[in-house]
Design a protein around this ligand. Structure first.
Ligand SMILES: C[S@@+](CC[C@H](N)C(=O)[O-])C[C@H]1O[C@@H](n2cnc3c(N)ncnc32)[C@H](O)[C@@H]1O
Length: 194
């Protein structure tokens, strides 16, 4: 059992993607990047509802995660719902040669846990085609802000360092700040193109 298997054995409830946010995001992607996205890869899917949210929108969905416990629970839900267009693969994104073609790659609340970030991002970059997009959603901390002890318990990555690394690897990055813990723009969605 890895660390995440132990966490998922206790049935944690992570928030699904906000439906309004998702609808706005997809509308933007359809307008600016790909008018008809069909295939989505959920990088670090866990047991989240995200795969179902996309499946209901007629996407072919692939969920990747390195927790066998999470994938087993999610597979049970998929089987019970008789959803046909979702497949799951057990991989470690720290060393997995992604090599999957898709229109949307989503990584929600996972990036901070990946040790080999540069490798991971380069593998995603290799998969992107001209009309595909990488949606990276992550809690961030900003330099110069003093965080409370409670804030520090939330897993986050340094915003400036993350943006710098992304700019080294990808050509186009839009940044959307959200307020999550407080009103300090501590959650970010990066909308990234090849
Ligand atoms: C906080 S959960 C988020 C799950 C889901 N994306 C969501 O929005 O609820 C973090 C997920 O990242 C996965 N994860 C962490 N490190 C990973 C790695 N190296 N490779 C694949 N998955 C990983 C964990 O197993 C877990 O499912």
């Amino acid at each position: 059992m890895n660390k995440w298997d132990q966490i998922f054995a206790n049935n944690p409830q992570y928030k699904p993607l906000n439906e309004i946010f998702l609808a706005e995001l997809l509308a933007k992607i359809k307008k600016d990047i790909n008018s008809n996205p069909k295939k989505m890869v959920d990088l670090g899917c866990g047991t989240a509802k995200t795969v179902f949210q996309f499946s209901k929108l007629s996407f072919e969905v692939i969920g990747l995660d390195n927790s066998i416990v999470a994938l087993k629970k999610l597979q049970e839900e998929i089987d019970n719902s008789q959803t046909k267009n979702i497949s799951l693969i057990n991989v470690d994104l720290n060393n997995y040669n992604l090599a999957i073609e898709a229109d949307i790659f989503l990584c929600n609340f996972v990036y901070a846990f990946i040790d080999n970030k540069e490798f991971f991002l380069k593998k995603v970059a290799e998969c992107l085609h001209d009309n595909s997009v990488f949606i990276l959603i992550t809690p961030v901390i900003h330099k110069g802000i003093i965080y409370t002890e409670e804030d520090k318990t939330k897993i986050a990555v340094d915003f400036e360092e993350t943006l710098k690394l992304l700019k080294n690897i990808f050509s186009s990055i839009d940044v959307y700040h959200h307020d999550y813990i407080s009103s300090r723009e501590d959650y970010v969605t990066f909308l990234i193109k090849k």
